[in-house]
Design a protein around this ligand. Structure first.
Ligand SMILES: Cc1cc2nc3c(=O)[nH]c(=O)nc-3n(C[C@H](O)[C@H](O)[C@H](O)COP(=O)(O)OP(=O)(O)OC[C@H]3O[C@@H](n4cnc5c(N)ncnc54)[C@H](O)[C@@H]3O)c2cc1C
Length: 351
């Protein structure tokens, strides 16, 4: 038997295929090398470069409002202890002439949550929740964030009725700002609040609703913490539904008309648009996103899973933000990584 490779027509065909496959592999490597290197170098550069705050200072989520404060006071998680100690804190602050500000997730970036040389109450530890006594309601403490509320409700096939486009905000901060959602045809979040308990400056606690302490009810919702500390609230929640998102990129001068027309479709449940604010394309285009009813034929609802591949998604997102080769928002949007760019540099309009 000979060890030599066959040199007949079959052998030549085999080596031709090997060459072709090799060339194809090389081509694929050349084509993806640049984006992969770009993503890798961005992932390596993606460090938390925020400077450490000076001792005695706090900042909000923007990182632009570092302010010296007298104290950050984290509310105890136990409700009875929290109420008792809050009362003591309010009394002490009054005696010492210290102003108090109330902080949830601190995404309201005008210094609302930080009074210079005052006391900042950190509400985030106060985050217990349970289903309300009447059907379709949630009882929730003010420090809970939507990222905690949504998985809790999902376990009961329920969801938040009105909330912002991000889930990082606290219930108290959302009520304090009376945020709007993108649920079509719905008023802001105040509409979903049945009642809340408010600790006033003198330490007393009142229940506010449309029938009890009506004036305080309307003042504290959207009151930015000026009328007292919202401790907990009973809010309307809704059954989970299955929607499908449709996006379209349009010129900004058609935005108003297109947005209103799309919202007229009875199947549209939520809608929002983001304007492109790239320096070279300022307000030239907008992306319009509509979420339409799309029940499964068997009524099944998708499971709310923990987001997967976080690191990779972040690398792609950061890579798309850093990309300098894009020529327009439209071009950016069409590439898989581009949506994040348009989302990250955009103004938002919701229905
Ligand atoms: C990326 C992004 C997306 C956004 N999207 C939307 C949107 O879709 N719709 C919308 O309407 N807004 C939106 N906003 C604004 C957002 O809704 C508000 O900034 C909201 O207040 C943030 O919640 P927070 O927990 O960070 O509140 P914080 O900034 O912590 O507090 C907000 C205000 O409420 C007060 N407060 C906090 N907790 C309490 C409490 N327990 N009792 C009384 N007062 C309290 C604070 O003192 C402050 O004045 C967005 C903001 C960002 C940064």
């Amino acid at each position: 038997m000979s060890d030599r490779a066959p040199s007949g027509p079959r052998g030549r065909r085999g080596s031709k295929w090997s060459w072709l496959l090799g060339a194809l592999a090389l081509l694929v490597v050349v084509l993806i090398a640049r984006p992969v290197l770009h993503l890798l170098s961005n992932a390596l550069d993606d460090q938390d470069n925020r400077e450490e705050l000076e001792v005695g200072h706090v900042d909000d989520a923007s990182g632009l409002n570092a302010t010296r404060v007298a104290e950050v006071w984290a509310i105890p998680t136990d409700a009875d202890r929290a109420e008792e100690q809050l009362r003591l804190l309010l009394r002490r602050a009054k005696q010492q002439g210290l102003a108090i500000s109330i902080a949830g997730a601190r995404h309201t970036m005008g210094g609302h949550t930080i009074t210079p040389d005052g006391v900042v109450i950190d509400m985030l530890p106060f985050n217990a929740m349970r289903l309300g006594e009447s059907e379709g309601t949630l009882w929730v403490q003010a420090g809970a964030r939507w990222s905690e509320v949504i998985p809790f409700l999902d376990r009961h096939d329920l969801s938040v009725a009105v909330m912002q486009s991000n889930n990082s905000f606290s219930v108290g901060g959302s009520l304090g700002a009376n945020c709007h959602g993108w649920q079509h045809g719905r008023p802001p979040i105040c509409d979903t609040v049945q009642s809340f308990r408010l600790m006033k400056a003198d330490g007393s606690i009142v229940t506010c609703s449309r029938s009890q302490n009506r004036e305080l009810f309307s003042l504290a919702l959207g009151g930015y913490g000026l009328f007292g500390i919202i401790l907990d609230a009973i809010m309307e929640v809704v059954p989970n539904e299955r929607y499908r998102m449709h996006s379209q990129l349009i010129d900004c001068d058609q935005l108003g008309e297109t947005f209103i027309e799309l919202l007229k479709r009875p199947s549209v449940k939520m809608g929002y648009a983001r304007l492109c604010v790239r320096n070279d394309q300022m307000f030239a285009q907008a992306i319009v996103n509509m979420l339409e009813d799309a029940p499964a034929s068997d009524g099944a609802l998708p499971k709310l899973d923990a987001p997967g591949l976080q690191e990779l998604k972040r690398a792609v997102f950061r890579g798309s933000v850093a990309a300098t080769t894009a020529r327009s928002c439209a071009g950016q949007w069409r590439r898989p990584s581009a949506s994040s760019l348009v989302e990250s540099v955009s103004l938002e309009i919701s229905s």
